[in-house]
Design a protein around this ligand. Structure first.
Ligand SMILES: [Zn+2]
Length: 376
């Protein structure tokens, strides 16, 4: 991001090459967790980066308003709850509590809004009705499907790759009830083993992308300034969320900017319970301070995937110690150094360069950066 003062307090920012003019407020939708499993380093990376984005905007004089949803109506969660012998909502509430505890321990600020999907079923039904009325969806066998043949093309994906991702993320491309494999359920007809609600199309449950679209529109209206989340949610989840919102409201674009936090791998592989390579936040914080874990996550480009290894924690601890020593230096205030920090953080969240500058300048600049990054 690059900020230029206009003299009236407005900030001009660029995220991933995209200009974003902000006056004094930024609406940020953070695609939150599906509360069915313990918090691992991949979650921590996503939500620490989103937290850092909000803190940096505040440093630029822009007040972030974050909406981080909870996807507590979800097929994966249903399956996990069944395995645990628990009701889906009770299971989700317990997992959510553990997630909140881990986020607080990582100094991640609580969002201003935290909608839970199960409280937005009525809004999803209204969304489905609106899409049907406008011809963007059709109802069949108790489900309502959103016409999605153009969505992959709009985000630059070819159809074969889009179909593969659709299958991987529960989009049921083989569902024979659909006109096109790229169509997705706004409303899914009821099935055994899943929660169900009454609707004009019979009992059923909201579709995943429609839940987030309904929650975002309910909280923020037709558009947001920045939509964030893990990069693996880019397609189909975020692409369909945006397409449904735009079809429903006619307001384009739904999101002025996208902020997709990088993937963290272990030994080159994506972290997954099935792979047995989860690095748990609780384990990291039992051995290291939140400042060290946050610095390991943030001292790099936000969009670039990286591979975790324990030596990175040692490096982050040494870097944090250097910053603390610089912060303890007794130096006269240096507004030019703080301004330079602001410019670097505004430059696409260039944390590594900001850290170098803060260590060199020392004093107030180092203390300011430690505060902005939540390292103290
Ligand atoms: Zn979402």
């Amino acid at each position: 991001m690059t900020r230029t003062d206009t003299g009236a307090g407005a900030a001009v920012a660029v995220l991933a090459g995209q200009r974003l003019e902000l006056l004094d407020r930024a609406r940020i939708y953070a695609c939150g967790i599906t509360p069915y499993d313990v918090t691992h380093l991949g979650h921590a990376s996503t939500f620490v980066w989103i937290d850092a984005l909000g803190r940096m905007l505040r440093f630029l004089g822009v007040e972030p308003e974050v909406c981080r949803n909870v996807t507590d109506v979800d097929d994966v969660l249903d399956a996990a709850a069944r395995r645990a012998g628990a009701a889906y909502d009770e299971f989700a509430a317990i997992q959510q509590f553990q997630f909140d505890r881990d986020m607080a321990a990582l100094h991640v600020r609580s969002p201003e809004h935290e909608p839970r999907a199960h409280r937005y079923v009525a809004q999803v039904i209204r969304l489905a009705s609106g899409l049907l009325d406008a011809g963007f969806a059709y109802s069949r066998q108790g489900s309502v499907y959103f016409r999605g043949e153009d969505v992959a093309g709009q985000v630059g994906l070819d159809r074969a790759e889009a179909l593969r991702l659709m299958g991987e993320f529960g989009g049921r491309p083989d569902d024979p009830a659909k006109d096109d494999p790229m169509d997705v359920a706004v409303w899914q007809a009821g099935e055994p083993g899943h929660p169900a609600w009454d609707s004009p199309w019979g009992r059923g449950r909201p579709g995943w992308h429609a839940e987030c679209a309904a929650m975002a529109m309910s909280v923020f209206g037709p558009a947001v300034d920045i939509h964030t989340g893990g990069v693996d949610l880019r397609f189909p989840h975020h692409a369909y969320h945006a397409a449904m919102a735009e079809a429903f409201t006619g307001v384009r674009p739904y999101a002025r900017a996208w902020f997709h936090a990088c993937v963290v791998t272990v030994g080159g592989a994506k972290m997954a319970k099935s792979a047995g390579n989860l690095v748990l936040v609780g384990d990291l914080l039992a051995a290291r301070s939140a400042g060290v874990v946050r610095l390991m996550i943030l001292d790099r480009p936000w969009g670039q995937s990286w591979d975790y290894r324990p030596a990175l924690l040692d490096a982050a601890a040494a870097r944090l110690d250097t910053l603390y020593q610089a912060a303890a230096r007794n130096k006269p205030n240096d507004p030019a150094a703080v301004d330079a920090l602001r410019r670097l953080l505004a430059d696409d969240l260039n944390v590594p360069a900001a850290l170098d500058l803060a260590v060199e300048a020392g004093g107030a600049a180092a203390r300011t950066l430690a505060g902005v990054l939540g390292l103290t």
